[in-house]
Ligand binder design. Structure first.
Ligand code: ATP
Length: 235
């Protein structure tokens, strides 16, 4: 579904992504792990068209999207749920969800269908739909950020650090929900600091170090690898 090939990205003179290649199959859940500053968010932003690569290519469902605009990339079916959520805190849950469906703004029936589908996945958001987003708990805000991403009807959903700063029970629940979303046929790229949960939930994993893919493989195999266990799982 997604083929990223030999991407090089610079911020000024800093070489932040170096010859990064990655592939994701349709319906897969793939994790991207790595320390702070390894380049994970930059990789997602480059796929989304928010950061331009110096060289390399990105292909989505057979189409070269390397130089498309972010809105064109969303319209093709790739949506990023950003680190830090970036909700509109003084707008209601409902209005935040509408923002996610901006590309369908002229299609009221489609928006109604998408709303009912995200409320089915996140019933708490239906209960809280008139509440201001900024007054939700951290876990509910993360749910809203994921739900807003789903309002653009993605084929590929990229989640950046969804579990950051949340209590273990809340994280557990979020991972169950993303498995359900994946089960509905949505392909997922999961950038995570929580390596244990990410390895347990994903099928394959890429580990980034200083802007490069250091290791790639099957999540189950890598979770048994002594190097990965000591570097990322603290075992
Ligand atoms: P984190 O989990 O801490 O966000 P990351 O693996 O997602 O880490 P990136 O955010 O992609 O890493 O950052 C990669 C490198 O690029 C870091 O050295 C960071 O300081 C730098 N960087 C990120 N954004 C910018 C920017 N807009 N301008 C300049 N440098 C940046």
């Amino acid at each position: 579904m997604l083929k990223v090939k030999d991407l090089n990205v610079y911020y000024g003179t800093a070489h932040v992504l170096e010859e990064v290649s990655l592939e994701v199959e349709e319906r897969e859940m793939v994790a991207v792990l790595g320390a702070n500053g390894a380049g994970k968010s930059t990789l997602l932003k480059t796929i989304s068209g928010l950061v331009r690569p110096q060289s390399g290519s990105i292909e989505f469902q057979g189409r070269d999207i390397t130089l498309l605009r972010p809105d064109e990339i969303v319209a093709l079916g790739i949506t990023q749920c950003p680190e830090g959520r970036h909700l509109f805190p003084e707008m209601s849950v409902y209005k935040n969800l509408l923002v996610g469906a901006y590309i369908f703004r002229r299609d009221k029936n489609k928006i109604a269908r998408l709303l009912s589908s995200v409320y089915e996945i996140f019933p708490i958001l239906r209960e809280r739909k008139e509440q201001m987003a900024g007054t939700l708990s951290g876990g509910e805000q993360q749910m809203l950020a994921i739900a807003r991403a789903l309002m653009s009807e993605p084929k590929l959903l990229m989640l950046d650090e969804m579990s950051l700063g949340l209590a273990p029970k809340v994280v557990e629940n979020l991972f169950k929900i993303i498995q359900e979303i994946n089960g509905r046929g949505i392909t997922i790229i999961l950038v995570e600091q929580n390596a244990a949960k990410a390895l347990a939930t994903s099928k394959r994993v890429y580990v980034m170090e200083s802007g490069k893919i250091a290791v790639a493989g099957d999540s189950l195999d890598l979770s048994k690898d002594p190097k990965i266990r000591s570097a990322y799982l603290g075992i």
